[in-house]
Design a protein around this ligand. Structure first.
Ligand code: ATP
Ligand code: MG
Length: 475
């Protein structure tokens, strides 16, 4: 449920380690703690009662000893909790790093960066290791502490015993009996120590989990409205947005799009095009101004509803290690085969599907194992099935071969019929289908207008872009 801003600051590996690792520690703890604590408590109580039966003074001394020992161990256990939390955090960072590097293996190897990655790997290890050692040593300190406590207990026992024996209150045999009872206290106390050590780790985990549960999404989701079916009108009303700090990624931007119109969005790299798309899906909330769909401010409708009515194809299409069908339907089993097949036919992917060994049930490898063009066509298929009222395409800037491009164009024509669309265009062909053109520069509107009017006006930026060729100017 958290906003994308949060997810961009944490690597997936870090999140997994943080959630899974900490919960694992906690569940191990709770699975045994209650049972062990109860049984050891009963055992201790029994031994102490027997000691009182022998002699109340001995009983009293050892009761005080047990209470003192438990109190001391409990105090000792709290000391390393922050250290353990630190160690767990380092572990999470470390696994976040490993996950990120593994995911980037292709780029890392291609750039000959493996030695650098390995060096950072060792650096991370070196940061983690001392904390791990210190927190481990503190946890381990409970063992010598219990040993010392037992030494004191035995000493106390013999002193009190000797005194009582001199007074003739106890026989040597009775003292031996008491001593052997005391030795029996050792086992439950040791077990309690282990449990307290577990409690140390659990306490650190609870703290960290509490931290996660307390993170609130920056997106309020209390809208109750609904968007109409069919094409949606889009309005940006003096919108400004900054990811962090004061650097505006979108600055004072206003434009309107009627239902069914297609907007061609142009601009150099980093001019804020993808950012504009993210605002429409409410991955982030605007800093100032308002975005409205069909007249309704974005935060007046529930997030789920909004995202079911607005479809986005990002620059890098993500395919999952699952079947073709699951990749198309996003794991929604209720979509019937006929619809999926119809969509694939519309996309001109029939031949491709026929060539797959198991048709729709063919497993795609993790990362897809598809070409960039095929990936984009599949992503369009997803949109078809979701049937949104506003389509946003963040075109990949990579070139497609003419055949794939032609298929993509055909598919687009069908997809855009009866929908409003914003196309972040890198190719001339996509610009040609736009009704309106918006050119961004550093988040500001540089030019906006009807495509045909702009193309006809020799002084417009758009006309000069067309003359020089989009790719050369926008790259
Ligand atoms: P491209 O054509 O290369 O895809 P773009 O127009 O889509 O570029 P955006 O991705 O919208 O550009 O980025 C606009 C600005 O916002 C850039 O200066 C970028 O550095 C910044 N930016 C993008 N994403 C983030 C983020 N998650 N956190 C902080 N700043 C960001
Ligand atoms: Mg972009």
């Amino acid at each position: 449920n958290l906003d994308l801003g949060y997810h961009k600051t944490k690597t997936p590996g870090e999140m997994v380690e943080r959630i899974d690792g900490d919960i694992e520690t906690l569940s191990n703890f709770f699975a045994r703690f209650a049972v062990d604590l109860a049984s050891n408590g009963i055992l201790m109580l029994g031994i102490i009662i027997l000691l009182y039966r022998e002699d109340w003074r001995i009983g009293l001394v050892l009761t005080l000893f047990v209470l003192g020992a438990l109190g001391f161990l409990n105090w000792l256990r709290k000391i390393p909790v922050p250290l353990i939390a630190q160690a767990r955090e380092q572990a999470a960072k470390f696994f976040g790093f490993v996950g990120e590097q593994l995911q980037g293996t292709e780029d890392v190897r291609a750039n000959g960066a493996a030695p650098y990655v390995m060096r950072r790997f060792y650096q991370r290890m070196q940061e983690w290791y001392p904390i791990q050692v210190r927190s481990g040593l503190w946890g381990f300190s409970m063992w010598p502490a219990t040993e010392a406590l037992f030494f004191i207990a035995t000493l106390l026992l013999f002193i009190v015993g000797a005194w009582l024996w001199q007074k003739g209150a106890l026989t040597v045999g009775a003292i031996y009996l008491v001593w052997s009872y005391t030795e029996r206290l050792r086992e439950p106390l040791e077990q309690m120590r282990t449990q307290l050590q577990e409690l140390q780790r659990a306490a650190a985990s609870i703290g960290r989990l509490h931290g996660i549960l307390n993170i609130k999404s920056r997106l309020a989701d209390d809208g109750k409205g609904a968007l109409p079916t069919g094409a949606l009108a889009v309005v940006f009303d003096k919108v400004s947005f900054a990811y962090e700090g004061d650097d505006l990624a979108i600055a004072d931007l206003s434009f309107a799009l009627k239902p069914g119109q297609t907007l061609g969005l142009l601009g150099r790299t980093g001019s804020g095009k993808s950012t504009l798309a993210r605002l429409l899906l409410r991955f982030f909330d605007v800093t100032e101004g308002e975005v409205r769909l069909a007249g309704a401010p974005l935060d007046s409708v529930p997030l789920r509803h909004l995202r079911s009515r607005v479809g986005l194809v990002t620059q890098e299409v993500q395919l999952f290690a699952a079947t073709v069908r699951q990749n198309l339907t996003f794991f929604d089993p209720s979509i019937p085969d006929e619809r999926i097949l119809a969509v694939l036919a519309e996309l001109g992917l029939n031949d491709w599907l026929a060539a797959l060994p198991n048709g729709l049930e063919t497993e795609l490898a993790s990362g897809g194992g598809l070409s960039a063009g095929e990936g984009q066509l599949l992503a369009l298929g997803r949109l078809f099935l979701a049937d949104p009222g506003l389509v946003i395409l963040d075109e990949a800037s990579s070139r497609l071969d003419p055949a794939t491009e032609a298929r993509l164009e055909q598919a687009l024509t069908k997809l855009l019929a009866g929908r409003t669309a914003i196309i972040i265009a890198h190719r001339l062909a996509t610009v040609q289908r736009a009704d309106r053109i918006l050119i961004l520069e550093r988040g500001r509107k540089l030019e906006e207008g009807d495509r045909e009017a702009l193309a006809a006006d020799p002084d417009s930026r758009f006309a000069s872009l067309l003359r020089t060729g989009l790719a050369e100017v926008l790259a």
